[in-house]
Design a protein around this ligand. Structure first.
Ligand code: GTP
Ligand code: MG
Length: 317
């Protein structure tokens, strides 16, 4: 197929050593502006273009220089932070724990045992993100077939929103295996750029279930972590470049894992933990309550918040 060069192809073809053909390849793979190239990894771009690593490094460095990436002043960072919005949950306690709600531009990981409320929280966020911005879209990557439109209807009513409208702003995709899941995460960029949807939330529920099921035993651990790392990188880029809140769920391991030691540890180990900006540990509390504990956060104190999951949404104790 011959692609007719458009403006962004021309912009890309100014990259060192990139002609129109390579520019078209880059564009097809979703790297159609300097920012997407500046934050890409060498391996990713090699794969997308077929160029060698030295050449790819040059391209990335060029994009970074053009965008003057590198050190930013504190004032610039503050300006960037001002674009961050917070998605409220309906529970004041939980919002306060997170400094006002679930932050865009971040990855928030919820881990906890079955029934602790991870999936429910994903549904709540998909509705509440539209409460703060009626134009916002939520993307739900569903690996365990637990997305329920009926549940969204209940929550939308509870939030005083039109259920039909809310449902029309949620894009759901069922992921059948880890490769499919990774591909879907990469496709979110198309929704933003090609379809011009204002995606403000991406839910990956569950982040780790497929990986855990497919890579069993010690021999496959390295491969699993490598793929998970790539997946996290894609999600991190969505959060960073498009100011999206990425909410991922994670089970806790039932038995001690020799590689990571701690029996209460979430699956995915340090790779998921390090990529996440906020980590919440969810557990069942007394009388049907749920308790969220903030485990890791760049600037908030550790703490706990209790809430109920009710038909209309989350509620404080
Ligand atoms: P796993 O995916 O199995 O690891 O669990 P999870 O952490 O995703 O749990 P989930 O979010 O599915 O929580 C299930 C719990 O949420 C149930 O045990 C109920 O207490 C509550 N819940 C689920 N649906 C509803 C609902 O429609 N109304 C109310 N009030 N509570 C609900
Ligand atoms: Mg679940």
């Amino acid at each position: 197929m011959v692609k007719i060069a458009d403006e962004s192809t021309t912009e890309l073809s100014k990259l060192p050593g990139v002609g129109l053909a390579t520019a078209a390849k880059l564009q097809e793979a979703g790297y159609d502006n300097l920012m997407s190239i500046a934050v890409a990894s060498v391996g990713e771009l090699e794969e997308a273009t077929g160029l060698g690593s030295a050449q790819v490094r040059k391209i990335i460095n060029y994009a970074r220089e053009k965008l003057q990436m590198g050190f930013q002043s504190g004032a610039e960072l503050l300006e960037r932070r001002s674009k961050v919005s917070k998605i409220p949950t309906g529970s004041k306690a939980l919002d306060t724990l997170l400094g006002g709600g679930f932050e865009t531009g971040s990855i928030v990981e919820a881990f906890g045992e079955f029934g602790s409320g991870k999936t429910q929280l994903g549904h709540v966020l998909a509705v509440m993100v539209q409460k703060i911005d009626p134009e916002a879209y939520a993307v739900f990557i569903d690996t365990e077939n637990t997305f329920r439109p009926e549940r969204i209807e209940q929550l939308a009513k509870g939030a005083g929103l039109d259920p039909k409208q809310v449902l029309s702003h949620i894009k759901v995709a069922r992921a059948y295996n880890s490769d499919h899941q990774m591909l879907l995460a990469e496709k979110v960029e198309d929704l933003i750029k090609k379809d011009k949807l204002k995606v403000k939330l991406v839910v990956v529920d569950s982040l780790t279930a497929h990986f855990r099921a497919e890579f069993i035993g010690r021999g496959t651990l390295a491969e699993r972590q490598q793929k998970l790392n790539r997946h996290m990188h894609t999600l991190l880029r969505l959060a960073d470049v498009y100011n999206v809140c990425v909410y991922v769920t994670n089970q806790v391991m039932a038995s001690p894992d020799v590689f990571f030691g701690d029996p209460t540890r979430a699956i995915g180990g340090h790779i998921v933990a390090h990529a996440s900006t906020y980590r919440i540990y969810l557990r069942k509390g007394k009388k049907g309550a749920r308790v969220a504990k903030l485990v890791d956060s760049p600037h908030l104190p550790e703490g706990e918040a209790g809430f109920y999951v009710k038909e209309h949404g989350l509620e404080d104790l």
